[in-house]
Design a protein around this ligand. Structure first.
Ligand code: UN1
Length: 496
């Protein structure tokens, strides 16, 4: 068991609070993974100061040189993929295949964004005046606060930290308290890859102290947050007085629409993976399945049989297909929603209980749970549960399926299973989400396209892809007049 430190101004050091918090394995509560610094607002202040000092030199390092460090970091993560994945399964619970995927996503993002060291394309455009040059360039903003969730403990930090760095910003990183070890692993790699002191700072601890101090600080110019809609709203409120840029990535209530002509085996496979992968703890999780009445009974019967057969257990065991919930609180939320679903009159088709056998008693395990005959306005069809609970909703037509799909407060991801190309394209156009899939579940975004959603999922920004550069840079438009005389735009244009 190790005690881990904050990383501020190039030094690994304890918090001045003198307090620690524990990181325990959600599959085996007796497994204490390590203790971490329960940081104070004072630590945050020191980290912000360090990041602000480092910014004055880091912003002037040529972007291709910054990229060399990031390429090296990607390589180091690739070399340590297996051990990082095991650490992550221990602290977060998802199965090894998935934590390997999480680490891989960080590798992919780091390579992709490092490539931006030689791009970050701006525009050069003709001027309306003679002997005048016009272009736009990306400029960094300064200190960026990165506040990340526990469900993708290395991937999501990489989506924020790496584009921030390649644009020339410096970072203060506050990871979720459930998954600080993956954060330490990632930051150590950046240190080893040669990222200079103060450029990336890690401060562990709770949202109340660390997150609030970051959001409120005048010296922080960007906050990039992924987490619940409730906390996102608080972040937005705290950041508003200082007019900093805020990127919020929040909840989802994602839908898979299964049409009568769908390949049902494929659709069922997709709904299992989308609904129960990561124990349903993805903002992209397929928590609603809207099924055409023509195949409804058949679909529900086969989907339920497959969900019942899923092996739930410790993610380190290769036989396990679904791990635990992250915490007691999360498990209790799942149990509460099962009660809500029953009370609303949905039909509990399978699952519905926490698992308490000897094998499961020391972790936060819950059965894969399917509610059938769910009404589209029931709470279990409207609210993000973040657990292994899928609501199946019947529909009579394509139009009704799309209408149900859109009738939620969120807009992250949606999908349709159909063989009809026209229907697939109509759904692509009409579902009000930031991500859309045809004949694939709602999860599985790749790093080189924009990631994010509409409505209560986000506030108009996107991460990943080149869209992430827009969060971490600002445009500067530059005009160079080499005519040697005053030329007035919009006025002196008659001179041809
Ligand atoms: C999340 O659910 O918080 O598209 C992120 C996916 C993953 C990322 C999910 N690549 O499901």
């Amino acid at each position: 068991m190790t005690t881990h430190y904050n990383f501020i101004d190039g030094e690994w050091a304890p918090s001045d609070s003198g307090e620690l918090f524990e990181n325990r394995n959600p599959a085996r509560r007796d497994h204490l993974i390590g203790t971490f610094q329960k940081s104070s607002a004072r630590d945050v202040e020191r980290a912000i100061d360090a990041a602000a000092r480092a910014y004055s030199t880091w912003r002037l390092v040529p972007a291709p040189r910054r990229a060399e460090m990031l390429f090296r970091a990607a390589q180091l993560v690739a070399e340590r993929k297996e051990s990082f994945a095991r650490d992550m399964t221990c602290e977060m619970g998802k199965v090894l295949d998935e934590t390997r995927g999480d680490v891989q996503e960080a590798i992919d993002m780091t390579f992709f964004m490092a490539g931006e060291g030689r791009r970050q394309y701006g525009q050069t455009v003709p001027s309306e005046l003679r002997d005048k040059f016009a272009m736009s360039i990306r400029q960094p903003l300064g200190v960026c606060a990165v506040i990340t969730p526990w469900n993708f403990p290395m991937a999501i930090p990489s989506w924020k930290i790496i584009p921030a760095l390649i644009c020339g910003n410096t970072v203060v990183f506050k990871p979720a308290t459930h998954t600080p070890l993956s954060a330490v692993n990632f930051v150590k790699v950046l240190e080893e890859a040669g990222v200079p002191r103060g450029v990336v700072n890690l401060v562990t601890g709770g949202g109340e102290e660390v997150g609030s101090a970051l959001s409120a600080s005048n010296a922080v110019r960007v906050v990039s947050f992924t987490g619940s809609t409730e906390v996102g709203r608080t972040v937005a409120q705290k950041t508003a007085p200082s007019f900093k840029k805020v990127h919020l990535e929040m909840g989802g209530k994602n839908v898979v629409i299964v049409m009568a002509d769908a390949d049902l085996d494929l659709a069922i496979e997709g709904c299992l993976w989308g609904g129960f992968g990561t124990t349903g703890q993805r903002c992209t999780a397929a928590s609603r399945v809207v099924v055409h009445e023509g195949v409804y009974r058949d679909f529900v019967g086969r989907f339920v049989a497959r969900a019942r057969a899923l092996r739930v257990g410790d993610g380190l065991d290769p036989a396990t297909q679904m791990g635990p919930s992250i915490s007691r609180e999360q498990l209790e939320t799942v149990m509460a929603y099962v009660e809500i679903g029953r009370a609303e009159g949905a039909r509990l088709a399978c699952g519905g209980h926490a698992l308490e056998s000897a094998e499961h008693a020391s972790g936060y395990f819950h059965e894969p749970t399917i509610f059938a005959d769910v009404g589209p306005r029931m709470r279990i069809a409207q609210e993000e549960i973040f657990g292994p609970v899928v609501s199946v909703i019947p529909c009579r037509s394509f139009d009704e399926g799309v209408a149900i799909g859109n009738d939620v407060p969120y807009g992250l991801s949606a999908s349709i299973y159909t063989q009809d190309l026209n229907q697939a394209f109509r759904a692509m156009r009409d579902l009000d989400t930031g991500i859309f899939y045809v004949n694939a579940p709602t999860i599985g975004a790749e790093v080189h396209l924009p990631f994010g959603g509409t409505k209560a999922t986000g506030n108009g920004h996107r991460e990943a892809g080149t869209a992430a550069l827009d969060v971490f840079s600002e445009w500067k438009s530059v005009y160079v007049d080499f005519s040697g005389r005053l030329q007035r735009a919009q006025i002196d244009t008659a001179d041809v």
